[in-house]
Design a protein around this ligand. Structure first.
Ligand code: URA
Length: 209
């Protein structure tokens, strides 16, 4: 990764011209929203409609994400929305480990540039990038530290479209977001310094509610 990349525009240019990236037959869906957002939502990979429009979360799962954001009194433009893999896998299959590995340096840089307070991975693929040993059914809605940012993994909205129980859990995890944003500075002050070893083991897992 070029060290001189400091803006989302430069980063998008770099992803779009990186011919070594897999899934090169589909369109780039880089991400969109407030470049100074407090909260970034990270999905898995674009689907059919996202590929067509070049925008993340614009299909059925995206409509649910919009509704969940609206319910907080926030607007989609207030937050930033992207995916771990930035091109559509064929037939909407799960992203492969090598595809995730190829795109994650760009995601890491994107998060670094936006510098949000809260990272919300939607579903297990994005979650396991930040929290490699976390399990979505066990850990969704919990708070974790990752590089001085809070990570709150949540169910993928597509899973919530298939199950009423998942939808309820997703809604209640979403409902905590405004409080977590508001209390972020306080949480940061109270954060105990941790060793690398501890971070590795994710011992900073916290239930704040
Ligand atoms: N599902 C995702 O994970 N991301 C999108 O952008 C759309 C659907």
């Amino acid at each position: 990764m070029d060290k001189n990349i400091n803006t989302l525009e430069d980063l998008e240019k770099a992803v779009s011209t990186d011919n070594a990236l897999p899934l090169g037959n589909s369109n780039l869906v880089f991400g969109e929203g407030n470049p100074n957002a407090d909260v970034i939502f990270i999905g898995e990979a674009p689907g059919y409609y996202e590929d067509l429009e070049g925008r993340p979360f614009v299909g059925r799962a995206g409509k649910l994400l919009d509704k969940l954001i609206d319910a907080l009194g926030w607007r989609r433009d207030d937050v930033y929305i992207t995916n771990i893999v930035k091109r559509r896998p064929p037939e909407n299959r799960d992203p492969m480990p090598d595809e995730i590995a190829a795109y994650t340096p760009y995601l890491t840089k994107q998060v670094e540039i936006i510098n949000p307070k809260i990272i919300v991975p939607l579903g297990r693929f994005a979650m396991n990038y930040f929290l490699p040993t976390a399990k979505i059914s066990r850990d969704q809605g919990k708070l974790f530290w990752w590089k001085e940012k809070l990570v709150i993994p949540m169910y993928h909205p597509a899973a919530a479209l298939r199950s009423g129980d998942v939808l309820k859990e997703l809604e209640s995890s979403f409902a905590r977001l405004p409080v977590v944003v508001k209390k972020f500075e306080k949480f940061l002050e109270e954060k105990e310094p941790t060793s690398r070893e501890e971070e590795k083991e994710q011992k900073e897992q916290k239930r704040l509610f």
